[in-house]
Ligand binder design. Structure first.
Ligand SMILES: NC(=O)c1ccc[n+]([C@@H]2O[C@H](COP(=O)([O-])OP(=O)(O)OC[C@H]3O[C@@H](n4cnc5c(N)ncnc54)[C@H](OP(=O)(O)O)[C@@H]3O)[C@@H](O)[C@H]2O)c1
Length: 305
């Protein structure tokens, strides 16, 4: 598995992260097999959030990996907090309480990375800074990041928070390319020109923040998987053609398409299927040509100006 450094940190991470949002769909032995298969592929970076399965996903994961000090040193654990029922909460108190609960569920005494899950407009960045300082000095969290944030929101945090923001987890798949498409359509009248995220792609590249694309196989907002889906005939034909050339699966090509972008992104997969996680990891060995990248982008229905 190819690795990158997360943000500007010295933390080396596999280019494919294993998302654990759906691990509660597996029984104990399936979860053990899935986690083991991931580790065998070098996919030792696991993405969590306190809300996944209402906390059960973190517990199921800790059981499945048979968490102990030895295994803990071999894996990289990321979790998120800040989403509560009916609100977002970046208060110092909530961040600190959330991390304690996450650590308990994951049966560990530290997180490699903590992300703030969704922007809270009531954020008081001074409080976030205090929380991060305490979490860092106590050794409970080693690196910090955000999710679903635009450049100005990150700038606001950075005014107070002294730790580098190493990652920003954002929705991106071949069929969800708004952050890329706006860059092709600058100052034009078409819908693709709408700048929905304050040029987050360029901002993250400029500031050494690793983008972690979430839902890399979904179209819409969890509407379904685009691979093998009749709604995307041209895209699937193109992906299948390129998959055949590289002698890999269509799953591999969907991840390879994200990895081909020079922003050095770290996609977060959601599959709980042993063969599919292997196929996702295989993408780290496939380097699409510039032409293939553009062909896939256009086959998804995107038009270049
Ligand atoms: N920061 C955020 O706001 C945010 C939001 C959502 C998710 N996330 C993170 O991102 C991770 C991924 O999200 P996601 O689960 O929506 O991502 P995804 O990888 O796009 O979707 C995975 C789902 O698609 C299914 N699937 C069917 N065919 C597939 C194929 N050929 N290849 C791959 N998957 C296929 C999987 O089923 P099988 O299990 O049967 O393969 C699984 O149910 C989550 O686990 C979580 O860690 C973060």
């Amino acid at each position: 598995m190819r690795t990158i450094n997360l943000g500007n940190s010295s933390l080396e991470v596999p280019v494919v992260a294993v998302g654990c949002m759906r691990i509660n769909s597996l029984d104990k032995s399936e979860a053990e097999k899935f986690v083991q298969a991931s580790l065998e592929e070098g996919a030792n970076f696991f993405d969590h959030a306190d809300i996944y399965g209402g906390g059960t996903c973190e517990e199921i994961f800790a059981d499945a990996i048979h968490m102990n000090d030895d295994i803990r040193e071999k894996i990289i654990l990321q979790s998120k907090c800040g989403i509560r029922k009916g609100m977002f909460d970046f208060s110092k108190e909530h961040i600190l309480e959330s991390v304690d609960a996450i650590l308990k569920r994951l049966r560990t005494d530290y997180l490699d990375i903590l992300l703030l899950h969704r922007p809270d407009t009531l954020v008081e960045p001074e409080e976030v800074a205090e929380a991060f300082d305490l979490l860092e000095s106590s050794g409970k969290v080693r690196h910090f990041g955000v999710s679903n944030q635009n450049p100005m929101q990150i700038q606001l945090l950075k005014k107070y928070v002294k730790q580098p923001i190493v990652a920003n987890q954002l929705q991106l798949s071949i069929t969800n390319t708004t952050m890329i498409s706006q860059g092709f359509n600058v100052n034009m009248e078409n819908a693709a020109a709408v700048n929905r995220d304050g040029s987050i792609l360029d901002y993250c590249r400029l500031n050494d923040i690793t983008i972690q694309p979430w839902s890399p196989f979904q179209y819409g907002f969890f509407e379904g998987v685009f691979l093998g889906n009749d709604k995307f005939p041209d895209l699937n034909q193109k992906i299948d053609e390129i998959a055949e050339k590289y002698e890999v699966s269509n799953t591999t090509i969907a991840i390879a398409w994200i990895l081909r972008h020079p922003a050095n992104m770290q996609p977060v997969t959601g599959t709980m299927n042993v063969q599919r996680i292997k196929d996702c990891c295989k993408a780290s060995e496939v380097s699409l040509t510039r032409q293939e990248w553009y062909e896939i982008y256009r086959a998804a229905g995107n038009i270049l100006p």
